[in-house]
Design a protein around this ligand. Structure first.
Ligand code: FAD
Length: 387
């Protein structure tokens, strides 16, 4: 497989390289032969997740003491990149699932870790994240779903929109309003997927990432105990932002995998396709696109691996994760379009995978904070909050 200078020059450990190789091998063996059909069928391949679970990919960042593999965020980013190189839909499923593992690890009580991590990190359960609502996405602090005190616990009510993995979730991290308005009134809960009152209201059909499940969840008088609170009451907005910071490393890695796929496929096509008596790669109109793609892929990898390495070192990584996501997703969307252009009419047909990557790339600029929101986060770190 094509490996770029960035991957070769980054000081990866043997374990990190082995995990990347394992994810690449599984993607080639278990996903590549089926992906065109799954994409057409909008299929969520449940069996695949049992295989990824057995291989340790679902528990990559879960410590061994909780049933996982205990690898680091760099390994996780490499695995997501390799999955996305074949199917960005599978990559986001694993990424959101891992974001929940990460949130429980960072914010959960010992009891919550013992309850959920063995199920998520090796027990074949999938995690989901429910923040967005019909009337608020970027402005998540305006959420309306409520958690009202009821006996020893809470009753959850409301609608959550576009939950990745929501239909199949063993546990959903959901944000609900426990207090007054704004961010301070929000609390985070770990809600079992089979809790009475939780239902899938709608499965959303999408432009791309067809193998990823996206659904609206309804919460109707869902009773949970205080042991379902993730973090303290009123800290839920911060908990969601903590989860999203690690999640953005995953989405940036997903976008990087899309870039890698676009580059590989563009190189192969540009060498093979002849026009006016020469391989089209001989024309600068084509080769310069490929040069730009390769450069942006290296830059995306550097940003992703840096954010992941900072997370591994226990150092602040929020801004670096936003920069990685902003850069990698912009580059993925742009170069998926250029890769399709290089493929000409063939690129527009389903004969070549590039049309799928073109459709899949766009979402990386939207979920887990749009590119505009990433720029707000980066700019605020430089300018402070100016009113
Ligand atoms: C396939 C898919 C999967 C998803 N998965 C999940 C999930 O698992 N869990 C979950 O909770 N959510 C999920 N989402 C929701 C996603 O995170 C939101 O769509 C996203 O955060 C944007 O919110 P919005 O769609 O409400 O857009 P809006 O917030 O309404 O924004 C609309 C436009 O306005 C821009 N904008 C808004 N505010 C500003 C501002 N202050 N300055 C400049 N521009 C601004 C935005 O950048 C955007 O371009 C998913 C969405 C999709 C499509």
């Amino acid at each position: 497989m094509h490996d770029t200078q960035a991957r070769a020059q980054f000081d990866l450990s043997d374990e990190q390289r082995q995990i990347a190789a394992l994810a690449a091998e599984i993607a080639q063996r278990e996903i590549a032969p089926h992906i065109a059909q799954w994409d057409r069928d909008h299929a969520f391949p449940r069996d695949l997740y049992a295989k990824l679970n057995d291989a340790g990919i679902m528990g990559i960042i879960v410590p061994e003491s909780y049933g996982g593999v205990g690898a680091d965020y760099v390994s996780y980013a490499l695995a997501i990149e390799e999955l996305a190189r074949v199917d960005p839909g599978t990559a986001v499923t694993v990424s959101v699932h891992s974001m929940i593992c990460s949130a429980i690890l960072r914010l959960g009580t010992e009891e919550q870790k013992r309850r959920w991590l063995p199920k998520l990190g090796g027990g074949n359960q999938i995690g989901a994240f429910a923040l967005t609502e019909p009337d608020c996405g970027s402005d998540a602090a305006a959420l309306r779903a409520t958690a009202k005190k009821h006996g020893d616990g809470y009753l959850l009510n409301g609608r959550k929109q576009w939950c990745t993995n929501g239909t199949y979730a063993g546990v959903t991290m959901g944000m609900f309003r426990t207090g007054g308005g704004g961010a301070r009134g929000v609390s985070a809960f770990l809600i079992p997927g089979d809790a009475p009152g939780v239902s899938v209201e709608k499965i959303t059909e999408k432009l791309g990432i067809h193998t990823s499940n996206t659904c609206d969840l309804a919460f109707d008088d869902v009773g949970v105990g205080t042991d379902a609170l993730l973090g303290k009451e009123g800290d839920g907005f911060g908990s969601a932002m903590t989860a999203l910071a690690s999640g953005r490393i995953g989405i940036a890695a997903q976008a990087t995998g899309i870039l890698a796929a676009c580059l590989e496929q563009s190189i192969a096509f540009a060498k093979d396709r002849v026009a006016f008596g020469r391989a089209i790669g001989a024309y600068e109109g084509v080769s310069f696109k490929i040069a730009q793609m390769a450069t942006d892929l290296d830059a995306a990898r550097m940003l992703v691996y840096r954010a992941a390495a900072l997370a591994d070192a226990g150092r602040p990584f929020v801004i670096e994760a936003s920069k990685a996501k902003f850069f990698a997703s912009t580059a993925a969307r742009r170069h998926a379009s250029e890769a399709l252009q290089i493929h000409g009419g063939y690129g527009y047909t389903t004969e070549f995978a590039i049309e799928r990557f073109y459709r899949d790339a766009k979402i990386t600029e939207i979920y887990e904070g749009t590119s505009e929101i990433q720029q707000i986060i980066i700019a605020r770190s430089l300018l402070g909050k100016l009113d």
